[in-house]
Design a protein around this ligand. Structure first.
Ligand code: RTP
Ligand code: MG
Length: 148
Protein backbone atom coordinates (compact mmCIF):
# COMPACT_ATOMS: atom_id res chain seq x y z
CA UNK A 1 0.00 0.00 0.00
CA UNK A 2 1.25 3.48 -0.92
CA UNK A 3 2.64 5.61 1.90
CA UNK A 4 3.78 9.20 2.19
CA UNK A 5 5.71 11.25 4.72
CA UNK A 6 3.98 14.39 5.99
CA UNK A 7 5.37 16.95 8.41
CA UNK A 8 3.66 19.89 10.06
CA UNK A 9 6.46 22.46 10.05
CA UNK A 10 7.33 24.67 13.07
CA UNK A 11 5.04 27.48 11.92
CA UNK A 12 2.10 25.05 11.64
CA UNK A 13 2.75 23.63 15.11
CA UNK A 14 3.17 27.03 16.78
CA UNK A 15 0.07 28.39 15.04
CA UNK A 16 -2.04 25.51 16.32
CA UNK A 17 -2.77 24.01 12.90
CA UNK A 18 -1.81 20.39 13.74
CA UNK A 19 -5.41 19.29 14.37
CA UNK A 20 -6.72 21.08 11.28
CA UNK A 21 -4.09 19.44 9.06
CA UNK A 22 -4.55 15.94 10.48
CA UNK A 23 -8.32 16.42 10.20
CA UNK A 24 -8.15 17.29 6.50
CA UNK A 25 -6.03 14.26 5.61
CA UNK A 26 -8.16 12.02 7.83
CA UNK A 27 -11.40 13.32 6.33
CA UNK A 28 -10.11 12.63 2.82
CA UNK A 29 -9.96 8.98 3.88
CA UNK A 30 -6.27 8.25 4.29
CA UNK A 31 -5.02 6.11 7.15
CA UNK A 32 -2.57 7.41 9.75
CA UNK A 33 0.09 4.76 10.39
CA UNK A 34 2.83 6.76 12.15
CA UNK A 35 2.92 9.91 14.26
CA UNK A 36 5.50 11.68 16.42
CA UNK A 37 6.47 15.13 17.62
CA UNK A 38 10.15 16.02 17.64
CA UNK A 39 12.64 18.83 17.28
CA UNK A 40 14.89 18.17 14.28
CA UNK A 41 18.64 18.13 14.74
CA UNK A 42 20.81 20.02 12.26
CA UNK A 43 21.97 16.69 10.79
CA UNK A 44 18.44 15.36 10.37
CA UNK A 45 17.30 18.59 8.70
CA UNK A 46 20.23 18.56 6.28
CA UNK A 47 19.52 14.92 5.45
CA UNK A 48 15.82 15.54 4.91
CA UNK A 49 16.49 18.53 2.64
CA UNK A 50 19.62 17.08 0.95
CA UNK A 51 18.19 17.79 -2.53
CA UNK A 52 18.25 21.53 -1.74
CA UNK A 53 21.85 21.69 -0.48
CA UNK A 54 23.67 24.53 -2.26
CA UNK A 55 20.51 26.49 -3.07
CA UNK A 56 20.27 30.08 -1.78
CA UNK A 57 17.45 29.26 0.61
CA UNK A 58 19.05 26.10 2.08
CA UNK A 59 20.46 27.62 5.28
CA UNK A 60 17.26 29.54 5.98
CA UNK A 61 15.29 26.34 5.42
CA UNK A 62 17.45 24.30 7.83
CA UNK A 63 17.40 27.08 10.45
CA UNK A 64 13.60 27.31 10.20
CA UNK A 65 12.87 23.59 10.31
CA UNK A 66 15.12 23.13 13.38
CA UNK A 67 13.79 26.23 15.18
CA UNK A 68 10.84 24.62 16.94
CA UNK A 69 9.12 21.19 17.08
CA UNK A 70 7.50 19.53 14.09
CA UNK A 71 4.84 16.81 13.88
CA UNK A 72 5.99 13.96 11.63
CA UNK A 73 3.51 11.50 10.16
CA UNK A 74 3.16 8.62 7.77
CA UNK A 75 -0.13 8.33 5.88
CA UNK A 76 -1.27 5.37 3.82
CA UNK A 77 -3.77 4.88 1.01
CA UNK A 78 -4.47 4.70 -2.70
CA UNK A 79 -2.72 7.62 -4.44
CA UNK A 80 -1.79 9.21 -1.09
CA UNK A 81 1.44 10.88 -2.30
CA UNK A 82 -0.13 12.96 -5.05
CA UNK A 83 -3.35 13.53 -3.16
CA UNK A 84 -1.59 14.99 -0.10
CA UNK A 85 0.41 17.27 -2.41
CA UNK A 86 -2.94 18.51 -3.76
CA UNK A 87 -4.34 19.02 -0.27
CA UNK A 88 -1.17 21.01 0.58
CA UNK A 89 -1.31 23.32 -2.45
CA UNK A 90 1.56 24.99 -4.28
CA UNK A 91 4.91 25.61 -2.55
CA UNK A 92 4.31 29.39 -2.50
CA UNK A 93 1.20 29.95 -0.36
CA UNK A 94 0.33 33.08 -2.35
CA UNK A 95 0.00 30.87 -5.44
CA UNK A 96 -1.76 28.03 -3.64
CA UNK A 97 -5.50 27.80 -4.29
CA UNK A 98 -7.95 28.60 -1.52
CA UNK A 99 -9.19 25.31 -0.11
CA UNK A 100 -5.65 23.95 0.12
CA UNK A 101 -3.71 24.00 3.38
CA UNK A 102 -1.10 26.46 2.15
CA UNK A 103 -3.73 28.47 0.26
CA UNK A 104 -5.90 28.81 3.34
CA UNK A 105 -3.26 29.41 6.00
CA UNK A 106 0.00 30.69 4.46
CA UNK A 107 1.59 33.88 3.14
CA UNK A 108 5.33 33.18 2.84
CA UNK A 109 7.14 30.56 0.72
CA UNK A 110 9.64 30.02 3.54
CA UNK A 111 6.84 29.50 6.12
CA UNK A 112 4.51 27.19 4.25
CA UNK A 113 3.18 25.09 7.15
CA UNK A 114 3.44 21.58 5.76
CA UNK A 115 5.76 19.18 3.98
CA UNK A 116 4.67 16.18 1.92
CA UNK A 117 6.78 13.75 -0.09
CA UNK A 118 6.81 14.50 -3.82
CA UNK A 119 7.38 10.96 -5.20
CA UNK A 120 7.47 7.31 -4.11
CA UNK A 121 11.28 7.52 -3.91
CA UNK A 122 11.16 10.63 -1.70
CA UNK A 123 8.50 9.03 0.50
CA UNK A 124 10.59 5.92 1.11
CA UNK A 125 13.71 7.99 1.81
CA UNK A 126 11.96 10.44 4.14
CA UNK A 127 10.00 7.80 6.08
CA UNK A 128 13.30 6.06 6.80
CA UNK A 129 14.83 9.26 8.18
CA UNK A 130 12.00 9.80 10.67
CA UNK A 131 10.59 6.39 11.59
CA UNK A 132 11.90 2.97 12.53
CA UNK A 133 9.87 0.16 10.93
CA UNK A 134 8.41 -0.82 14.32
CA UNK A 135 7.06 2.71 14.79
CA UNK A 136 4.68 2.26 11.87
CA UNK A 137 1.45 0.56 12.82
CA UNK A 138 -0.49 -1.84 10.62
CA UNK A 139 -4.16 -2.12 11.46
CA UNK A 140 -7.53 -2.57 9.84
CA UNK A 141 -10.28 0.02 9.95
CA UNK A 142 -13.92 -1.00 9.66
CA UNK A 143 -14.13 1.32 6.63
CA UNK A 144 -11.22 -0.31 4.79
CA UNK A 145 -13.63 -2.12 2.50
CA UNK A 146 -14.72 1.30 1.19
CA UNK A 147 -11.56 3.40 1.43
CA UNK A 148 -8.11 1.89 1.10
P1 RTP B 1 8.34 20.67 0.91
O1 RTP B 1 9.50 19.88 0.34
O2 RTP B 1 8.70 21.42 2.16
O3 RTP B 1 7.11 19.83 1.06
O4 RTP B 1 7.92 21.79 -0.14
P2 RTP B 1 7.81 21.65 -1.70
O5 RTP B 1 8.10 20.25 -2.14
O6 RTP B 1 6.50 22.26 -2.08
O7 RTP B 1 8.96 22.61 -2.16
P3 RTP B 1 10.50 22.30 -2.42
O8 RTP B 1 10.82 22.77 -3.78
O9 RTP B 1 10.84 20.89 -2.07
O10 RTP B 1 11.19 23.28 -1.40
C1 RTP B 1 11.35 22.91 -0.05
C2 RTP B 1 11.04 24.08 0.82
O11 RTP B 1 12.03 25.08 0.65
C3 RTP B 1 11.46 26.35 0.80
N1 RTP B 1 11.72 27.14 -0.38
N2 RTP B 1 12.05 28.39 -0.32
N3 RTP B 1 12.82 31.02 -0.98
C4 RTP B 1 12.58 30.15 -1.95
O12 RTP B 1 12.68 30.44 -3.12
C5 RTP B 1 12.21 28.79 -1.58
N4 RTP B 1 11.99 27.80 -2.42
C6 RTP B 1 11.67 26.74 -1.65
C7 RTP B 1 9.97 26.18 0.96
O13 RTP B 1 9.66 26.32 2.35
C8 RTP B 1 9.73 24.78 0.49
O14 RTP B 1 8.63 24.19 1.15
MG1 MG C 1 9.80 19.18 -1.54
Amino acid sequence: MERTFVMVKPDGVERGLVGEIIGRIEAKGFKLVGLKMLKLSQAMAERHYAEHRGKPFFQELVDFITSSPVVAMVWEGNGVIESVRKLMGKTNPLEAEPGTIRGDFGIYISKNIIHGSDSPESAAREIEIFFRPDELVEYQRSLDKWIF
